[in-house]
Write a protein that binds this ligand. Structure first.
Ligand code: UDP
Ligand code: MG
Length: 315
């Protein structure tokens, strides 16, 4: 079956939104293509989301619907991954269930891909931050830190709301790591991305699933997945301590020779600092190896080829 456009919709406790979303998405997509599918991923909802999705599935046989229900809440990253795995459209959009991201924008993104073969993905970024001042500041600082220490570039206001061609979806599916940080994955896979602004609407019903605790965990996942700098930090500490130790030792020796006063406690401190710096440097060296093992166990492809031109008939 040829599907032009798949929508992947992660849902966690969205009983007040799934029906409204379904009607809005159906309406918007029908104006664009008949060959669309809606993939709802019920991420272990504890409310009536599951029942409502089953009802939508049973009562709307004219629409291609898939509902994947998790055995518990695995998080939005897992839900997106499951949805992408199940999608088969030429284009696939990841979109929230709460109507903060309008299905019409997904259609707009599809049209951009239709008209611009050079783009592989269209990503929507928030035109105006909906976060408060403090959260906004924390997020900006997070991105400036992670961009300094990481190899891939993170775009600050980028969201998961994006439309991808098939090869982009396949590249994401090929990254099978457990601790997923999609903002990093979208950058890591490369491809030519067109960014468009979108206005974040108010949530139709319910409340955001992001608590401060979840945000911190997510930020740590991002840092740990995209930089091994913390593992190497002990080398720098150790080196700094060693330099300080040499300066301290020289001052003690000068004081010793000039004033003929032996400071036993000072020499003892020097010995302790020396031992600390040696240990610290060795920990950093071990960290560097662990960092390499960490990269290896993620088992990412060594490269992603976007296009291959070859003289062979059946390469
Ligand atoms: N979501 C999910 N699993 C979770 C948390 C959220 O599938 O553990 C879904 C949620 O139902 C929504 C989307 O991810 O469709 C975005 O979540 P939310 O609206 O809470 O985030 P915000 O818009 O506040 O950033
Ligand atoms: Mg939301």
């Amino acid at each position: 079956m040829n599907i032009k456009h798949s929508l992947v919709i992660p849902c966690f406790n969205e009983e007040g939104n799934v029906e409204i979303f379904f009607s809005a998405a159906k309406e918007a997509m029908k104006g664009y293509t008949e060959d669309f599918e809606l993939i709802f991923v019920n991420d272990g909802s504890r409310d009536k989301t599951g029942e409502k999705l089953r009802k939508l599935f049973n009562e709307n046989k004219d629409v291609k619907i898939k509902v994947i229900s998790f055995s518990r809440n695995f998080g939005k990253e897992a839900a997106m991954y499951a949805g992408l795995n199940a999608s088969c459209g030429e284009y696939t959009t990841i979109i929230d269930a709460d109507m903060q991201q309008r299905p019409e924008v997904a259609v707009q993104m599809g049209k951009i891909l239709d008209m611009n073969p050079e783009y592989d993905m269209v990503a929507a970024f928030q035109e105006k931050r909906k976060d408060g001042k403090i959260l906004s500041k924390i997020k900006t600082s997070f991105y400036s830190v992670i961009n300094k220490v990481s190899d891939v570039h993170f775009i600050e206001d980028a969201s998961d709301f994006r439309t991808m061609r098939r090869n982009v979806v396949q590249s994401i599916i090929d990254l099978t790591e457990y601790h997923r940080f999609s903002k990093g994955i979208f950058s890591w896979i490369g491809y030519n991305t067109c960014s468009i602004p979108y206005q974040v609407m108010e949530r139709e019903s319910g409340e955001t699933k992001w608590s401060v605790k979840k945000l911190i965990k997510y930020a740590l996942d991002g840092i740990m997945a995209y930089t091994d700098l913390p593992l190497k930090l002990p080398v720098y500490f150790g080196a700094g301590a060693a330099i300080f130790d040499v300066v301290l030792l020289l001052s003690l020796l000068v004081a010793d020779l000039a004033f003929d006063k032996i400071c036993t406690a000072g020499y003892l401190a020097c010995l302790i600092i020396f031992l600390f710096s040696v240990l610290s440097v060795f920990m950093g060296i071990m960290g560097t190896y662990i960092g390499k093992i960490h990269t290896q166990v993620k088992n990412r492809p060594v490269y992603i080829a976007k296009e291959i031109l070859t003289y062979e008939e059946n390469p």
